[in-house]
Write a protein that binds this ligand. Sequence first.
Ligand code: ZN
Length: 252
Amino acid sequence: MSLEKANAIVLRLIDFSETSRVVTLFTREFGKIGALAKGAYRQKGPFDSALDLLTRARVVFLRKSSGGLDLLTEAKLEHRFRPPNHDLSPLFAGYYVAELLLELTDEYDPHPELFDIAAQTLQALSSEENKHISPLILHFELSALRLLGHLPNLDQCVECGKTISTDGRVSFGQSSGGVLCQACRPGKRHVAQIHGDSLRTLQRYAHGSCENLQSISDPISGEVRGIINHTISHLLSREPKMQKHLQFLVDA
Ligand SMILES: [Zn+2]
């Protein structure tokens, strides 16, 4: 066993006994880990109320060498995820970020850039000024897909590599994994016709930073959401659980 320190986001908490909880953390240094937090419910203890969903904390844990749960020994609160009162949208969006990190990442497979983007996204969702949940979430989804190697081809035809023009309509092969040129499109199944503007939005969000995100206009928003929802559901082999609570992403 070795003692490790990490920056962590709390993704899941499960009661283990009357005093202990099993926590799933996404850490910047080690990727996802599962750890037992003994005495998690004590008011004054080593976890100091840092173990709440989507909290960011500095943690210390004993890493088990042979599988099994690590043992969390310390957690110090860095940022509490607390969206403005009476507004469920940022809360659901935060739960969705947690679900994607849980489902799309593997234990001990670190992705520091993804950690930083997740932390920024959760901080922005917590802020009073935030009115642009839709672009924040789109940026997070596309960054996660890119950093985890699941980004659909958005620039070149997925079959022949030809650069795709974003003038007019564009063919997006849902099961092919990206855009298709006119020559490669015939005979392909599950092809969506989308606006060039929708493709440009996807390209921009996949590579941009999360500073100064603009809201996405109709009807681009619905098309973009359709492509992203399909891509993520395909990866998970099911719809994300939070998806039914995220209808506002299209209506926004
Ligand atoms: Zn082609």
